[in-house]
Ligand binder design. Sequence first.
Ligand code: HEM
Length: 392
Amino acid sequence: MATVVESHFPFLPAFLFPDLLLLLLLPILSFLLLSLFLILLRNRRPSVQLPPGPKPWPILGNILHVGSMPHVTFARLSQAHGPLISLRLGTQLIVVGSSPDAASEILKTHDHELSGRSVPHVSFARDPELNRDSIAWSTHCTDHWRSLRSMVRAELFTSKAVDQQSGIRERQAREMARFLDRRRGEELLAAVSDTTSSSMEWALAELLKNPETMTAARREFDDKFPKCHVIKESDLAYLPYLCACVKETLRLHPPAPLLLPRRAATDCHVMGYTVPKAAHVFVNVWAIGRDPRYWEDALSFKPERFLVGGSERDVDYKGSHFEFLPFGSGRRICSGLPMAVRKVQLAVATLVHGFDWSLPAGMAAEELEMDERYGVTLMKLNPLVVIPTPRV
Ligand code: HEM
């Protein structure tokens, strides 16, 4: 028997709401609502306060914010939101530190929790064969990773071993000089992508753009060594200005501007915020190296800041000066550091001592652009074009 129910929808007939149906549905609905509530209650995480950041779009998150130069975007965002920011890229949470304090918290205080590696979606890094024995792409600091690192340190990169390999690097430098000699007067195009070669390219570009630094580096050579001298690694100890030019290059143009991506192994608390487990963590060493709060005349190429009497004379590469981290810091600091520094210094010394360099016809030093391209390493957008003339 249908009861007359007054409908709010005049066109719906009242016989659609019989008593019996209501009586049956009510307990089922109540049961379903209660179950849903209990599931939500059980899955609810204690409220976490993520680092601030730009508002994400539904599903996409902040993908559209990032663009092709993430280190530049993150630097801009950190000016608006603070030294530790978070973004969502689809389902992934990204945390970026952009001050020496943030770097110290990530790479020193929480080095243990944040030293997992997040492996990029590129085939070489995801190949299980390569990945197993890769120090850089080992996702966790496992015993195997630890033993590979210790082996590399003990066998390849002790001071003694690095000294013993100097002959190899000196031969490479001589080969480079011979190659340049054969191409005297020709325009050379430097299109390089590995960390050491791109550092050489940036160093030469900065020395050409700032001719007073090239003159000072030359003067240092000419005071210490005659022109016909073939540069050896042992000479570097007498070339502090040249070595400061390499440091200044790596401050302004770190080949890995965001270091290599790290991953949180557990939830941890950084600068009052929660970095949740599995978040991808970056340190923007490019932004820190150019920040006027930590560097005087931050955007100028001034190697003398690293010399005795300069404001940054004590800063070294070893990862304990958190305003200068081209090789990272903590347990995942670059394992090639002792060799890489020597290689870049020797190569730049050979280029500066052995050749006069000029820019293509009509180009003034100040016109040389320093635009960047973000890729495997931070490269010059337009490869440097230069003309070498042997000095001897
Ligand atoms: C100018 C040259 C170089 C620069 C600026 C550089 C920089 C870096 C940076 C920033 C990292 C990541 C550090 C971190 O996550 O905190 C790294 C890792 C690494 N680098 Fe280098 N690197 C250079 C050259 C080299 C060379 C020549 C080698 C080897 C011969 C090398 C081997 C490695 C390895 C194995 C790792 C991974 C360490 C790990 O995850 O445990 N690097 N490098």
